[in-house]
Write a protein that binds this ligand. Structure first.
Ligand SMILES: [Fe+2]
Ligand SMILES: [Fe+2]
Length: 307
């Protein structure tokens, strides 16, 4: 992973040379490990859990609901119920998504290949374990537990086996984290929603700043490595896979269970209508703007993930 003797890649040239990217990754690993140590907290004592969370309050600011901006109109009580269910969906997606992806990190830690990153990966796994706990804790205390995981994504089993394997694994983590952080960064500062919910978003955002910084340095290094290890032939397939994975991740926010809870008669039809709405496509583009720019700069694809 950090071997600077590999030849440079021949296609999709990143802005920095391979050696420079490795230097960036090594610097980031040291800095982020220090920050994780400095910011360490005990999740089990970090939060003051209230006896209950107000069911008359918005749990998510209305602009972050999956129906926002569309012609689908909801009564205020139903929209507030939707904000409750979509908060539970959001927290549940983190629990199930990270549960799956942590396994992929755990099998790599302390392998010779990932040795330079092992210490940081301990912090990563530890912090994600904490996140999984506090998001599930909210759902257990104030709801009927986390929502069940969706049927396993067909994308999970179609990851490549070869020079792109690690690039795909860590890209999936990065995509997931960028999607979540868009909401965390904004809802963490909300004064409309109950303080415990805003605090969960804010604490998660604080940790995810480090994870996203690490993810980008690692993914760009893995990209260069895959290209120099004979991955050019599969390059376009991998690019298409990443675009599809981004689409799949965005669509996971639209859970029919939430529409049913908000009183919609045909929740599957509602999901289809919302996902097909051009207004929502613009929102998705905005959510993924930073990540899209990152992949374009890397040379993974031109245009955009949604083109
Ligand atoms: Fe997390
Ligand atoms: Fe994370």
């Amino acid at each position: 992973m950090l071997d600077p003797t590999c030849p440079p890649q021949s296609r999709g040239t990143p802005a920095l040379s391979r050696n420079a990217m490795n230097a960036n990754l090594e610097t980031a690993l040291g800095r982020l490990t220090d920050l994780s140590r400095r910011d360490f907290y005990n999740p089990y004592t970090r939060f003051d859990w209230p006896a209950e969370v107000d069911r008359d309050a918005w749990w998510m600011d209305p602009p972050f609901l999956t129906s926002h901006g569309t012609e689908q109109h909801w009564g205020i009580a139903d929209a507030i119920r939707l904000s409750h269910a979509e908060t539970i969906n959001f927290f549940s997606l983190h629990v199930h998504g990270i549960r799956e992806l942590m396994g992929a990190v755990a099998v790599r830690i302390h392998t010779p290949r990932f040795r330079p990153a092992s210490e940081y990966l301990h912090h990563f796994i530890g912090e994600e374990n904490d996140h999984m706990w506090f998001f599930a804790e909210f759902c257990n205390r104030y709801w009927d537990g986390v929502y069940p995981a969706a049927a396993p994504s067909p994308l999970a089993s179609s990851a490549t086996d070869g020079p792109w394997t690690d690039f795909v694994v860590f890209s999936r983590i990065l995509i997931f984290e960028e999607l979540f952080d868009y909401y965390n960064a904004r809802l963490g500062g909300s004064t409309l929603i109950p303080p415990i919910i805003a605090e969960l978003h804010a604490v998660h955002h604080h940790d995810e700043n480090r994870h996203v910084a690490f993810g980008k340095r690692l993914v760009e290094s893995l990209y260069a490595e895959a290209m120099s290890a004979g991955g050019e032939a599969e390059h376009d397939d991998v690019a298409n896979y990443i675009k599809t994975y981004i689409r799949h991740s965005v669509a996971s926010m639209y859970n029919p269970r939430c529409y049913a809870y908000a009183g919609v008669d045909n929740p599957l039809a509602m999901r289809r209508r919302l996902l097909a709405d051009p207004v929502r496509a613009e929102v998705h583009t905005e959510i993924m703007r930073r990540l899209d720019r990152f992949y374009r700069r890397l040379g993974l694809y031109e245009g955009g993930w949604d083109e």
